[in-house]
Design a protein around this ligand. Structure first.
Ligand code: GUN
Ligand code: ZN
Length: 428
């Protein structure tokens, strides 16, 4: 079935920070996006396409609103919507005081299912159409998030957490059970519908060497699954890694030693990296998830986008809820703008959008399927309403370019500015 959506349309075809806006973005003030069976067929000025539409093509009128690709969250913990906005600690204390106790509740399967459904609804309300997600150590917590995403037709990658050290007893698996359960989950979910599996060692601090080795074995056996973990978020964490793995030249070197650094490896944070780690990540095709609301909330540090992109490292944005403070990627974009501003690095609105769409798709090695409106891609998109709030309506009444409009939405916007979310052309 063919459908067309008429409104202003914006998308990125490359990184505006590297190629410049002229080569990296397309904007149609009165555009038409044509979708068939869930895939993009064509995008152009409405005036050039409307006349040639077949009679049975339904046009949805979104005039006055802005259609952009669905937003992509490269790092988030669904169980942590329970403990988002917990006061006042840095990473390691925060984990023990809030995150771990919160995750213990997911031993209850029904509870995990309930939270997973709320979480997926929140993502869609916020315009997020793809996410890379931590579950908890409980295998059924991964089943729960996959089921919730599959019910909506959402593209989602997730994994059961692997952790067998330096955490409460109730949250530990062991190298064998973690391996076995992950393997069963891969067989059950990876490649089913729009779902993918991520081998998910929490971070090197909470896994024994035996467990990291087992995770590496899985990675070798399943070369097309993702690997999802944390890296160099906090100074105390980095110091502890050096104590625990004295043989390793670096934090990233630990993951690399166990075969956990490759294409489709996504590392949240990457704030305190040595030069050699940047080179290593670039050489092996790993990607970084920049999580600005979390980095400020936990007092972790400032992400250096210029440094990583100079090494051609793939970078996408992550909300990192519950260290992060919002599931909204609009809010995450504006905090990325501020974090980079503090380091004399500009983040123009088109590039912020890139980091939440095509750049994120590249970080996940999914840019052949999602991230923009190139024909053949999955038609996940959102409809931004400049008049979603009184303040955004007032401010955008006087914007005179797509850049100004986007920036106002990034700085002022939230879920009230997401008029609708579409998965493969279907409004959800
Ligand atoms: N490092 C290891 N676990 C976590 C977590 O749950 N949140 C954050 N922000 N960092 C981590
Ligand atoms: Zn995290």
């Amino acid at each position: 079935m063919r459908q067309a959506y008429r409104g202003s349309v914006f998308h990125c075809t490359g990184d505006p920070g590297e190629l410049g806006d002229a080569a990296a973005i397309e904007y149609f003030e009165d555009g038409l996006l044509i979708v068939e069976d869930g895939y993009v067929v064509e995008l152009d000025e409405a005036s050039r396409l409307v006349g040639a539409l077949s009679e049975d093509t339904r046009i949805e009128d979104l005039t006055g609103k802005l259609i952009v690709p669905g937003l992509i969250d490269c790092h988030v913990h669904y169980p942590q919507i329970d403990i988002i906005a917990s006061y006042g600690e840095q990473l390691l204390d925060w984990l023990h005081r809030y995150a771990f106790p919160g995750e213990m509740r997911f031993a209850d399967e029904q509870y995990a299912r309930d939270v997973a459904r709320i979480f997926v609804d929140e993502l869609l309300d916020n315009g997020t159409t793809t996410a890379l997600v931590f579950a908890t150590v409980h295998a059924h917590s991964a089943d729960a998030i996959f089921e919730a995403a599959a019910d909506k037709g959402m593209r989602l990658i997730a994994g059961k957490v692997l952790m067998d050290a330096n955490c409460p007893q109730e949250l530990r698996d062991d190298p064998q059970s973690g391996y076995r359960e992950s393997r069963q989950l891969i067989e059950r979910w990876h490649g089913k519908d729009r779902l993918g599996y991520a081998i998910t060692p929490r971070f090197a601090l909470t896994s024994s060497e035996a467990q990291l080795e087992a995770a590496g074995r899985l990675a070798e056996e399943y070369p097309d699954v993702w690997i999802h973990t944390h890296l160099a978020e906090n100074h105390d964490e980095v110091d502890k890694i050096a104590e625990l793995f004295p043989w390793s030249p670096s934090y990233l070197g630990v993951y690399d030693r166990f075969g956990l650094l490759r294409e489709r490896s996504v590392f949240a944070h990457c704030l305190h990296l040595q030069e050699s780690e940047c080179h290593l990540m670039a050489a092996k095709g790993g990607a970084a998830a920049h999580c600005p609301t979390s980095n400020m909330f936990l007092g972790s540090g400032l992400f250096d986008l210029r440094r990583l992109r100079n090494e051609s490292i793939r970078v996408g944005l992550g909300t990192d809820v519950g260290g992060g403070t919002s599931l909204s990627l609009l809010k995450t974009m504006r905090e990325a703008y501020k974090v980079l501003h503090l380091q004399q690095q500009p983040l123009p609105p088109a590039r912020a959008m890139y980091l939440a769409t095509l750049g994120a798709a590249e970080a996940l090695y999914l840019d052949d399927r999602i991230g923009n409106f190139v024909p053949g891609k999955e038609a996940d998109f959102i409809v931004l309403d400049p008049r979603g709030t009184a303040m955004s309506a007032h401010r955008t009444a006087s914007t005179t370019s797509i850049d100004e409009l986007l920036f106002a939405l990034i700085v002022l916007g939230d879920d009230r500015n997401i008029a609708a979310t579409y998965l493969q052309g279907k409004r959800v």
